[in-house]
Design a binder for this molecule. Structure first.
Ligand SMILES: Nc1nc2c(ncn2[C@@H]2O[C@H](COP(=O)(O)OP(=O)(O)O)[C@@H](O)[C@H]2O)c(=O)[nH]1
Ligand SMILES: [Mg+2]
Length: 219
């Protein structure tokens, strides 16, 4: 009985996610879902990546997901773009964003004007991987401080993602972490994934992510 309920929830989510892709394709919007553990640097990455995209004349919007607070939205708003905040606390504190909250969030944007919408998903490496948001691409951010073995421990996350961003490389001199081992563990789980090392703090590696996105724009 429980298994059937879970299957129904996932099937309903996937159906709506497909409808989101129909809608964003019609408006030629690239929808990118960013996932990670709390604190790996999703918002910092957006703070650096969005101005880099703006310099290329790419119009960006952001959907911010958190259990509670509007702290991340407040960090993104100074970039002068539209931000839609989703708090999951009123809906039982969900640990992920599902397509049922992404579809109505799209109403808050002028879709004809935008090229890219980023989703900053709720921070954790488990539940967000299970729920299709309707995104065209999934991105996981793993920071060097999380240790080398996380791709092996949370394989679904790395399996469903198209990009793996390894962040906080500026901290490598202070850590007992071998970055080539992180890369090989990610590849072990997903041989096709694009892996890129960055420091969201210094901005190193950000232009390459902007290029990756620019090459995939629909407008
Ligand atoms: N040293 C260093 N710190 C970073 C980097 N990126 C993010 N941080 C810090 O990590 C903490 C969490 O970052 P945040 O962007 O809020 O992570 P989020 O929870 O994934 O959105 C903040 O204190 C950031 O300043 C980085 O590349 N290097
Ligand atoms: Mg954040």
């Amino acid at each position: 009985m429980k298994i059937q309920v879970v299957r129904n929830v996932l099937e309903a989510n996937e159906k709506l996610a497909d409808q989101i892709r129909v809608r964003t394709n019609k408006s030629k919007i690239l929808l990118i879902n960013i996932m990670s553990s709390p604190g790996s640097g999703k918002t910092t990455l957006l703070e650096k990546l969005i101005p880099t995209l703006q310099k290329k004349d790419v119009k960006v919007g952001v959907i911010e997901g958190d259990i509670t607070t509007t702290r991340d939205s407040e960090r993104i708003l100074p970039l002068g773009i539209s931000v839609s905040q989703i708090n999951t606390e009123p809906f039982g504190g969900d640990c992920h964003l599902g397509s049922e909250v992404i579809m109505p969030a799209l109403d808050n944007f002028d879709l004809g004007e935008l090229d890219v919408i980023f989703i900053e998903n709720v921070g954790n490496l488990v539940c967000p991987a299970e729920f299709d948001t309707g995104a065209d691409y999934n991105m996981v951010v793993l920071s060097t401080t999380e240790g080398e073995d996380k791709p092996l421990k949370y394989p679904l996350m790395f399996r469903v993602c198209h990009l793996a961003i390894v962040n906080k490389i500026d901290l490598l001199p202070y850590l007992d972490v071998d970055i080539s081992r992180i890369e090989s563990y990610i590849r072990q789980i997903n041989p096709k994934i694009y892996i890129h090392n960055i420091s969201a703090k210094s901005g190193e590696g950000i232009p390459e992510i902007a290029d990756w996105i620019s090459e995939r724009l629909k407008k």
